[in-house]
Design a protein around this ligand. Structure first.
Ligand SMILES: [Zn+2]
Length: 314
């Protein structure tokens, strides 16, 4: 629903509905304005700074000395100055309720907003007898997929979903492509109270990232070098491996020293074993040991070859 085409400019709302909106829904920073909204505005409702005039039926800003404004410290004053200077504007649907008007319904209703939701070809969302397929098409057409996902050709996705992988093998590469690896820099950014440092918890010297966690941290890089030496063409670089994994295009990594297994399987096994080793380090405090990880990759490779061999016989 959030992704449907919409413009609420034409929605007509009543003062009661306007008062119940988050303040952020009532104002916007126009293009070219350098206004920076105070943090507190995110928690505020329209009714925190506006009040309803029961005689003239409109909303107006509370008096500057209104005691209810005190809890918001300087935020109301800052928003007010933004509005009076034009650095901040009222949304088109909100402005009319700030002008005296005849009395209207006092029931809070979001129907005026819902009526503005549009499906393809300008059909109103409310009027349409919509099939799930039309709804999905309308949503998809208004969403631009992240850059990382756009780098992958549809044929590569089709191929990827056709592979018989373990859940963890599929999960880790998908997280890598979609930018969902929980590295320390990200965790520190989201929860600084829990994760005090953005540094890699393994080597403790580099600011963490998805690539550092899975490839570049010295102990992980040692594993990749071991894999290249043992299974792949010796001049394969870590850059080649990253490029192949992020594009799901493994055509440049076609050579494998071991028969009975494709190189992409070895890369996916390595990625998943590195992830597991990292999780064991985080949750069970088991040190990241490249020799141990290499041994588990080797046994996984052998297991995969045997399993594929069995399937071929059947
Ligand atoms: Zn590290």
């Amino acid at each position: 629903m959030l992704n449907l085409e919409r413009s609420f400019d034409l929605a007509t709302i009543n003062p009661a509905t306007a008062m119940s909106l988050p303040l952020l829904a009532a104002v916007y920073v126009p293009p070219g304005s350098s206004f920076s909204l105070p943090h507190k505005v995110k928690q505020m409702k329209v009714s925190d700074v506006f009040q309803y005039d029961p005689h003239l039926h409109f909303l107006h800003w509370k008096a500057p000395r209104d005691p209810s404004l005190l809890q918001w410290k300087r935020a109301p004053g800052s928003v007010f100055r933004g509005l009076t200077s034009g650095q901040l504007k009222l949304q088109s649907y909100f402005a009319p309720v700030c002008r005296p008007a005849p009395p209207t319904e006092s029931v809070v209703t979001f129907a005026p907003f819902v009526e503005q939701l549009q499906l393809a070809e300008g059909t109103s969302f409310v009027a349409a007898t919509t099939s799930a397929k039309t709804f999905r098409a309308a949503v998809l057409s208004s969403v631009l997929s992240p850059m990382a996902l756009r780098n992958i050709a549809p044929a590569q996705w089709k191929w990827f979903w056709s592979l018989s992988l373990t859940t963890i093998q599929r999960n880790v590469i998908y997280r890598l492509i979609a930018g969902c690896i929980p590295h320390r820099r990200l965790l520190h950014f989201i929860m600084p109270a829990t994760y005090a440092s953005p540094l890699c918890p393994v080597c403790l010297v580099t600011i963490d990232s998805a690539h550092h966690l899975l490839f570049d941290c010295p102990s992980k890089e040692q594993v990749w070098q071991g894999i290249i030496f043992e299974f792949l063409w010796p001049t394969t670089s870590l850059g080649d491996i990253k490029a192949a994994l992020l594009s799901l295009d493994f055509s440049d990594i076609w050579y494998c020293q071991t028969t009975g297994i494709k190189p992409y399987r070895i890369l996916l096994i390595t990625l998943s074993q590195l992830w597991l080793a990292h999780m064991r380090f985080i949750f069970d405090h088991i040190p990241v040991n490249p020799s141990v990880i290499l041994a588990s990759i080797r046994s996984n490779v052998i297991h995969t070859i045997e399993e594929d061999g069995c399937h071929a016989i059947l």
